[in-house]
Design a protein around this ligand. Sequence first.
Ligand code: C2O
Length: 550
Amino acid sequence: PITRHYTFDVRLQNVTRLCHTKAMVTVNGSFPGPPIYAREGDRLVIKVINNVKNNVSLHWHGIRQVQSQWADGPAYITQCPIQRGQSYVYNFTLNGQRGTFFWHAHITWLRATLYGPLIILPKHNVPYPFAKPYKEIPIMFGEWWNSDSEAVINQALQNGGGPNVSDAYTLNGFPGPLYNCSQKQNETLKLKVKAGKTYMLRLINAALNDELFFSIANHSVTVVEADALYVKPFKTNIVVIAPGQTTNILLKTKPHPPHSRFLMAARPYFTGTGTFDNTTTAGILEYYTTTTTTSKDHNAPVIRPTLPPINDTAYVANFTSKFRSLANEKFPITVPQTVDRSFFFTVGLGTNPCPKNQTCQGPNGTKFAASMNNVSFVLPNTSMLQSYFFKKSNGVFTADFPTSPLIKFNYTGTPPNNTMVMDGTKVAVLPFNASVEVVLQDTSILGAEGHPLHLHGYNFFVVGQGFGNFDPKKDPAKYNLVDPQERNTVGVPSGGWVAIRFFADNPGVWFMHCHFEVHLSWGLKMAWIVEDGKLPNQRLPPPPADLPKC
Ligand code: C2O
């Protein structure tokens, strides 16, 4: 194992897409941001220097941060933001984890432009549980706004309405040939491949607000990993991936390609209400021959894939039901078989009263909000982890997050007349090593809509899921406690529920939230406090000296 040093200089850079040039916040001037490659067991030391006027913090999505809780990154949860002219060193060891991760900003909407792959290879001489691919290629889905993405959300929050949808989806930062303007500008991801080889594509959904369907024309792929955890391989033509999720797929190229070009395309899966931009981002898979490419190659027609309709929930449910942990001798899993602490959380939208002297665009002049168990989470103005560690949580947060919804109704039926939520900075406390179950129930308030729920500091097992209301008498009997998929971001189905389980073996303050940035802004988030255990390595270590101050 080695220590890898990086310097991330956060600075403005002019970037042009869709015929619009804007000065955007970047790391080292690159968009998307620079990739990090490491091996399991390595230590990462990443010095982040803030040279923009925005406050900044970075998160290493999916990394558990065992004994490095201060490096997790969500602003006002585990740290105060890094202010202009200041720096902070994220220092953590990649213990017991490998696979496809990503890093992204974790403050306001900065992650629209601040994100990059974080790839952890297995230890030397440790093979994948499948034949070594010929090549590995990260593909990051993102979104592009012609205007400043920070301004988009600030304006929405001020008006109490919804933010503008993005102007394009992107593949590795490129909108692709199906958007006007970008076609001429060559803003297209091109993958040149050889015939008869296996490529591993590391798919990362860094888009802000949309689950995506992804497909490559005339090729089926094999899913082998999700959220950096191996799964039992299965074949598919179309992948579904939510923001915050990663999926590794094996792509076998055809044996005897003519001069062929195939479109790889992604567009949203969406069941909510409201207007929606459903245009398609695309890249080109281009076969090259061993001899030099001819003009014939460049002019070959591009074959397009077929993607499901935008609201195809049946496809999504069928796709997600295929994920299983490997759960074999080499890759065993420990699923909690019994539960010490059990929670039932509703997740969904709601409303807040419109502040005086504002006109809000929500239903009946209200302000849009989102909540878990009717609590719309309000970020404090200091770091929760710090106030917890120094026992100064008075006035910062309260330890009374409800274990079940404050208002009970038919969650997936007719919504209640009262859609108001309550504001608060509430946490739920877990004793060290408790076996925890959380049932996440979608609600139909302001329209049923799926929510990719992400938990910091942990992977969890998805032991059950279904449509309609969770039935505590019948549904647990159908749980999969043998080989359930393990992940860090799970899609709560539109009009349905999922049940997750984990052991609370990582002390600290851990954020859990919808990875749709708009819902995060509206309050669909909460935090857990996991108490210390008895042994020294089961206790929260003291903060590093350069931890930013608020
Ligand atoms: Cu990738 Cu708290 O998020």
